[in-house]
Design a protein around this ligand. Structure first.
Ligand code: GUN
Ligand code: ZN
Length: 456
């Protein structure tokens, strides 16, 4: 199943020129949110052997016919082209602790994560970490992300600056934590507000960047800090809010002790005024029916973090009940609690979590959750998540198979869903050929291999 290259990739990673480009391959995306459990869903848009025309960083047309001679061709025939993945919850400093042996959430934070994050006060460490992290996103097929850096202003600042230089859709904000965290990892309400205001002024709405008030989780913020974050959200309703909720049962008991007046963990955020249509809450495993109704009523949404929930032993998220309650769900890696930046690996884990709950996640619901549905939940459907004229040309090119077992299995696929599902379960970042962001090639496996050879 190797692809035929009739032309070399016209842009080397990082090149700035954006000629009129035509990309050829098998195009898959979604025109709506697929119905749960339905393998023949009309929201699936499958356009094999099509040309995508890209001009000025945006998709301008998609057609079966080859374009005229004034388009630079990049022929990826025999390969799968998807919208770039959207990771709605990931921690940039936690590449330092991914795959750390041990225990459940609270101990993992104390033992591994907080000590690692303390080091990011150093601008050199924070800058190198942001470079490593954003490069890694592109190498895993993720073109847009909602990111937690650390409590240090510099870690948010350098992340935003580097996301801006890459022309990517990035939503992030300095982490807020003014209690129950070690020395060097705590802010205070006054300084945190000043830092947030400065970062918002510098980055929010700059090209493809947006700022998120980033409350780590209820235990590490005083009620005064939660109120400050909510006040800033109210001042500018285009700001996002991101946090964690109901991930782990010990965490939930702790929140109940700290906020005895709240009906539930989620209610802590609601009482503070932090739930709104741009609120993204990671995990949401241990929610009840009232919480789910509240999420739907506020328009807030859950970022489901499958490899993290399995790795930390947090629990099995009830996707169907959220969906039935009218709450949106997107997909996230939650690295370093999660064990892979690759959304395909997270989708495979999501399937297994639902299987353990007696449910079946279709390839359509899975892939839509980290493309179309995520874009919609973030109110960015006009920009990302689909292969549609007008959207930014954020997309990925994938090999179908990397070994004889995969080739054999796909050759026996009985339907489109069977083929895409088997690919989703078996493929990972090693199947990625190219990542394009705003019409620029930001990762090309062939160029990366040449680079590695040259460096040797
Ligand atoms: N809850 C508070 N902080 C974190 C974090 O860094 N990772 C995860 N998985 N949960 C959290
Ligand atoms: Zn997290």
């Amino acid at each position: 199943m190797s692809a035929m290259h009739t032309t070399p990739t016209p842009h080397l990673p990082g090149s700035t020129a954006t000629p009129r480009l035509a990309l050829h391959g098998d195009l898959l995306d979604f025109t709506g949110t697929p119905d749960w459990g339905r393998t023949d869903d009309p929201a699936v848009r499958w356009r094999p052997g099509h040309w995508m025309l890209i001009d000025g960083g945006r998709i301008v047309a998609i057609q079966p016919e080859a374009p005229g001679p004034d388009w630079v061709r990049c022929n990826q025939a025999g390969r799968l082209i998807l919208p770039g993945f959207i990771d709605t919850h990931v921690h940039s400093p936690q590449l330092d602790v991914i795959a750390s042996y041990g225990t459940a959430l609270l101990d993992w934070l104390q033992t591994h994560t907080f000590p690692a994050e303390q080091r990011h006060a150093d601008p050199a460490i924070a800058t190198a970490a942001a470079t490593r992290f954003l490069d890694a996103l592109f190498r895993h097929g993720t073109t847009a992300a909602m990111v937690f850096p650390t409590v240090h202003k510099v870690s948010a600042d350098t992340l935003m600056a580097q996301g801006h230089a890459r022309g990517m859709r990035l939503i992030a904000g300095k982490v807020l934590m003014d209690r129950h965290a070690p020395e060097g990892l705590r802010d205070d309400v006054t300084q945190a507000e000043a830092d947030c205001r400065e970062l918002i002024a510098r980055w929010h709405g700059q090209d493809r960047l947006a700022y998120a008030l980033t409350v780590r989780f209820a235990p590490t913020s005083t009620p005064e800090q939660l109120a400050m974050a909510a006040r800033l959200c109210k001042e500018d309703p285009t700001l996002y809010m991101q946090t964690h909720v109901a991930e782990n049962t010990d965490e939930i008991r702790w929140v109940a002790e700290l906020f005895p007046e709240a009906r539930s963990y989620l209610d802590v955020y609601d009482r503070a005024g932090l739930l709104h249509p741009r609120s993204v809450l990671a995990h949401g495993i241990w929610l009840d029916a009232a919480d789910r109704a509240l999420l739907a009523a506020r328009g807030a949404h859950i970022a489901h973090c499958p490899t993290s929930n399995l790795f930390l032993g947090s629990g099995l998220m009830d996707w169907v009940s959220l969906r039935d309650a009218g709450a949106r769900v997107s997909l996230a890696s939650d690295v370093g609690g999660g064990t892979s930046l690759c959304m395909l690996r997270n989708l495979a884990a999501a399937y297994q979590i639902q299987a353990l709950r007696g449910q079946r996640l279709t390839a359509w619901s899975a892939l839509s959750a980290c493309t179309h549905d995520a874009a919609q939940a973030l109110h960015l459907q006009h920009e990302i998540g689909r292969l549609e004229p007008g959207c930014m040309a954020d997309l990925t090119v994938w090999d179908w198979a990397c070994d004889p077992v995969q080739t054999h299995r796909l050759s026996l696929a009985a339907s489109l869903h069977d083929k895409i599902f088997a690919w989703m379960m078996l493929a990972d970042e090693h199947h990625l050929r190219q990542t394009w962001v705003a019409g620029r090639c930001q990762y090309d496996v062939d160029a990366a291999a040449d680079h590695a050879l040259a460096a040797h």
